[in-house]
Design a protein around this ligand. Structure first.
Ligand SMILES: [Zn+2]
Length: 339
């Protein structure tokens, strides 16, 4: 074993045997924004042998405050995050394999993305992908590690299908569009990212080295600003859970559960939420006023952001003008409306 990992091998609970297991492991990172970049760096330094990174976004200057893998040159070149991540990780650890995939994660590709991985990380910025991930991981019996962070608050939970509760055992319904703050409207500070991702990666190292008895087995909620750390102990999976109890993988199997996107006219994409919903446009406008000049009437709000024109209607439908790339439009929606 080369000396790179010597201090980690000295840590008794990992040892040379555990290090070998890490080098033989394969993980998937779904999303390589703030949490994902932090996962990638820690896993690469720890010597996880193969890291597959899937992300649909490009590096922007607003990312640099918290997305540790990226540099100003990446933002200037607008490099895809997965590609910029590989470039940086190759400088950190050239002995492991990094597979970058620039793509939107959806029903059509999620199962093949996770099929050959030992473990899946949630580094997404939206509920839709998280519920999809939960369905796919329960279906294929893959352990995944939920993580979320906004403002100074974060949460994480490790899901071992049929052994621990899954995401839908705990949060049965996906929150509706425009109902929750996002990092791009409410802001976020880097320490909460580091904290949540550190707990996630520690769980992964325990799992990959066979230290299952040390998992925290809870829904962990942390507010680094309010100095509040909570652990809600998890029991058994809920036998009535649609996903892990009944084996109904609606997010995976039913196209009506997905946000639909259609090209409308030249250079515009329409996004339609899966369920009819009435949103409070005034509240959404209040949130967005922090980041852009918002024009509103009783039917819609409109703003120019990141080079696009975003129009959101009362039924949570939106039109993103300035692109014909549906995944770029979905990304804008997830960031500024929230899904
Ligand atoms: Zn469940």
């Amino acid at each position: 074993m080369n000396e790179r990992y010597s201090r980690q091998i000295l840590f008794n609970q990992i040892g040379a045997k555990g290090q070998k297991k890490l080098l033989d492991s394969s993980v998937l990172l779904v999303g390589c924004g703030a949490l994902g970049a932090s996962h990638a760096e820690m896993l690469a330094r720890a010597g996880v042998g193969r890291i597959k990174i899937v992300d649909r976004d490009f590096v922007e200057f607003t990312n640099l405050q918290r997305q540790t893998l990226y540099a100003e040159s990446d933002a200037k070149e607008r490099l895809p995050k997965a590609i910029a991540a590989r470039k940086r990780i190759a400088q950190i650890n050239s002995e492991i394999e990094i597979e970058p995939i620039v793509a939107d994660v959806n029903r059509s590709n999620i199962e093949s993305l996770i099929a050959d991985c030992d473990l899946v990380f949630d580094g997404t910025d939206n509920f839709q992908t998280r519920y999809l991930l939960n369905d796919a991981c329960v279906k294929l019996s893959k352990t995944w590690i939920y993580g979320a962070a906004v403002s100074a608050y974060g949460a994480t939970m490790t899901v071992i299908p049929n052994e621990t509760p899954c995401l839908r055992c705990i949060f049965e319904e996906m929150p509706s569009a425009a109902s929750a703050p996002t990092c791009d409207t409410a802001g976020v500070i880097m320490p909460i990212i580091t904290t949540v991702s550190a707990v996630q990666v520690t769980e992964a190292i325990k799992i990959l080295t066979g230290n299952y008895d040390k998992l925290h087995r809870s829904l962990m909620q942390i507010d680094v600003w309010a100095n509040d750390w909570r652990k809600i102990k998890l029991g058994l999976p809920n036998s009535d859970c649609e996903t892990c109890g009944h084996g109904n993988f609606a997010f995976l199997d039913d196209e009506n559960q997905e946000f639909s996107t259609t090209l409308c006219g030249r250079d515009a994409v329409q996004i339609l939420p899966p369920k009819p919903v009435q949103i409070d446009l005034r509240r959404l406008a209040e949130r967005l006023k922090n980041v852009a000049d918002v024009k509103q009437n009783e039917y819609l709000i409109r703003l120019n952001i990141d080079g696009f024109e975003l129009t959101v209607f009362r039924d949570a439908r939106a039109i993103v003008r300035g692109t014909d790339d549906v995944s770029a439009a979905r990304s804008i929606y997830a960031k500024y409306v929230g899904s």
